[in-house]
Design a protein around this ligand. Structure first.
Ligand code: FCB
Length: 497
């Protein structure tokens, strides 16, 4: 990878690691100003409670019939029960228990205790009116060491979730990998080792055979890019490496794992649909210069086309391969036939949208819009519209589900016990409206999952960053519908805004 590209990517990814700390110490002028601006523009997370949102004006924006209104979570972020029923260790257990890796030394050992409270949580989903629930399956619950005979107690837990969803009229959507790689596989090189992709396909096959009949939609790998950038470039996510050469070999093996899992589903004869879950960032030139346009184009290669082109076109983008160099570990790791596997036909694309990126001629990134509590997130609903329409334009009319979109707010119960996250309501309203416009303009969007159903372990940020529709009081594990949850329930009832 050219030095320049490496510097840009490191800088951007580092933003996400440092933002929260910077806000706490008051150093991030831009970020703090951004939050203030957001408060003004969007109503703010800390504005006074207003009347129940059923009095919201009806904008007349209706979504297609049977639109899949949903919410999303992931296993390590909510389950807890880290040592129960035969669960093995994952890279996130190791990472979060290493001093200095997460804020306040937080771990997912207990998290939102969903492993024990799942029945109550399923009832909350029903009360919210969800039509779809996206969750992830913990690989180390199914195979403690990442290989071998599946652990029946682990499979049983997810069976209870899937059955409980059906009983409540909610469609299950299961992600096979949301970052909790079995530590035993990491000890053998993790995603740097091509064999991990084969192990993933075996694990996927075991899950398909156990749950397949009852899960209509499968997602393979959650945000391969985040593993690459945060896990291997900046190191602020597990496994905590800073090794750019390894990072893009990891990217290839993650893509290969995706393709092998798609093939495993087809081979199993299980009827479900399957696709990748990609976090896409629209990359805009920061100014009108040709240099900024060129830099934004290459940035787009690293952020989006690396993952999209390989799946939908059967090739990696040439500009990215050239930038990495012909002798890169990634280039050397690609074998004949790999791209055929990676581009095995999928049934849908899961899009996760949080932020745009603005790139200058020198390859730096700048902030143009207010940021959220997460300093890497600029609030720009139009970016969702641009992303959805771009995918349809460049990759054809593959059905799309939004599997993540959301905002962290400094939520806390008021004196009356309610949690007034007006900023989140405004954020979701604006993003739903952008999605509605994309549908109107021809994007085959079938469902939308808010990140997140409930507050949870936000990786290196621990428990301080709250992204949920439902507030979790961690000491008591009490759940409280935030204002956004009441509002969302009304949106679902109305099937729109
Ligand atoms: C996404 C992750 C999800 C959560 C949100 C805020 O990148 O997939 O687990 O951390 O960001």
């Amino acid at each position: 990878m050219s030095l320049l590209t490496r510097r840009r990517l490191l800088r951007r990814a580092a933003l996400s690691a440092s933002a929260a700390g910077a806000v706490r110490t008051g150093l991030a002028g831009a970020t703090a100003a951004g939050v203030a601006a957001t408060t003004t523009a969007l109503g703010g997370c800390d504005s006074p409670p207003e009347r129940r949102t059923d009095s919201e004006p009806d904008r007349g924006l209706r979504f297609p019939p049977n639109f899949g209104w949903g919410a999303a979570t992931s296993a390590y972020q909510i389950e807890g029960a880290a040592k129960e029923d035969g669960r093995g260790e994952s890279v996130w257990d190791t990472f979060s228990r290493t001093p200095g890796r997460t804020r306040n030394g937080d771990t997912g050992d207990v998290a939102a205790d969903h492993y024990h409270r799942y029945a109550q949580d399923l009832d909350l989903m029903r009360d919210l009116g969800l039509r779809s629930y996206r969750f992830s399956i913990s690989w180390p619950r199914i195979q403690a060491d990442g290989a071998g005979r599946p652990n029946q107690r682990g499979l049983d837990f997810y069976r209870r979730i899937v059955d409980g969803l059906h009983e409540r009229g909610i469609a299950p959507m299961a992600t096979l990998f949301h970052w909790d790689l079995p530590q035993a596989l990491q000890d053998h090189g993790g995603w740097e080792n091509r064999d991990t992709a084969e192990r993933f396909a075996d694990y996927a096959d075991a899950v398909f055979r156990a749950l397949g009949e009852r899960v209509p939609v499968w997602l393979t790998i959650n945000e391969p890019k985040t593993v690459v950038q945060n896990g291997y470039l900046t190191g602020h996510h597990a496994p905590g490496h800073r090794d750019p050469a390894a990072a893009y070999l990891v990217a290839h093996h993650l893509q290969l794992a995706h393709g092998l899992a798609v093939q495993a589903l087809r081979a199993s004869g299980v009827p479900g649909r399957i696709g990748p879950a990609l976090n896409l960032h629209p990359c805009y030139p920061a100014d009108e210069t040709a240099e900024a346009a060129a830099a934004a184009r290459l940035y787009d290669g690293y952020e989006n086309r690396l993952y999209l082109d390989s799946v939908f076109k059967g090739e990696y983008p040439r500009d990215v391969l050239a930038d990495l160099g012909p002798g890169s570990r990634m280039a050397r790791g690609i074998r004949d036939g790999d791209l055929k596997i990676i581009s095995s036909p999928v049934d849908l694309l899961a899009v996760q949208y949080y932020t745009p990126i603005y790139v200058t001629g020198s390859g730096d990134t700048i902030q143009k819009w207010p940021t959220s509590e997460a300093g890497w997130q600029q609030i720009y609903p139009e970016g969702l519209y641009d992303t959805l329409t771009r995918v349809t334009r460049d990759y054809g009319r593959v059905p799309i589900t939004i599997t993540e979109n959301g905002l962290p707010c400094p939520d806390a119960p008021g004196p009356d016990g309610t949690v007034d996250d007006a900023g989140r309501v405004a954020f979701l309203r604006d993003h739903f409206a952008a999605a509605h416009r994309a549908i109107r303009d021809g994007v085959p969007l079938e469902s939308y999952h808010v990140w997140s159903l409930m507050d949870n372990f936000e990786w290196n940020e621990g428990y301080e960053e709250r992204w949920g529709l439902i507030y979790v009081d961690y000491p008591t594990q009490r759940r409280v519908f935030k204002r956004s949850a009441h509002w969302y329930r009304d949106v679902i009832r109305r099937n729109g805004l």
